[in-house]
Design a protein around this ligand. Structure first.
Ligand SMILES: Nc1ncnc2c1ncn2[C@@H]1O[C@H](COP(=O)(O)OP(=O)(O)OP(=O)(O)O)[C@@H](O)[C@H]1O
Length: 130
């Protein structure tokens, strides 16, 4: 079996530090270009501020961390899929459409879950304040 693809890959990471560096530069380049990711970051900051003001329990913080962290991670994966699809074809193609729409669907599902988690945690505290 040909291993030609291995020779065409960019140079392998030499150290753990370099791997982190590339991962962080990927995160920053996605944040710079993707409006949805910027919105998620703003929401995350707001949720952390509001959560701190409402003194959430440890369990509540754990759910919030999984909700917002998972949301950002999934949006990064969605962005990576969009890039690969655009790299694979500049033409309109039904499979390219499916790949992008399914990845966007995954983000939508998680966004709904995160929203429900936020409602369950914050709604009772907000109604208590009113
Ligand atoms: N190569 C393609 N072939 C067929 N349909 C495509 C292709 N590229 C994009 N589309 C369709 O257009 C939609 C928008 O794609 P586009 O790449 O412009 O935005 P996006 O980057 O997916 O959106 P966002 O960044 O807002 O999540 C896709 O969800 C898909 O339905």
């Amino acid at each position: 079996m040909s291993t030609d693809w291995k020779d065409r890959r960019p140079k392998r990471n030499r150290s753990l530090f370099e791997s982190f560096y590339y991962a962080f530069s990927g995160i920053f380049s996605a944040i710079k270009r993707e409006r949805n990711l910027q919105i998620h970051i703003v929401i995350t900051v707001l949720v952390v501020i509001i959560g701190s003001l409402m003194s959430l329990s440890t369990i509540e913080w754990l759910f919030i961390i999984f909700a917002v962290g998972g949301m950002i991670a999934l949006e990064l994966v969605n962005t990576a899929i969009e890039r690969v699809v655009d790299l694979a074809t500049a033409e309109l193609h039904p499979l390219a459409k499916q790949a992008k729409d399914i990845a966007a669907g995954a983000v939508l599902v998680y966004a709904f879950v995160a929203f429900v988690v936020g409602l369950i945690i914050f709604l009772p505290k907000i109604t208590e304040l009113l």
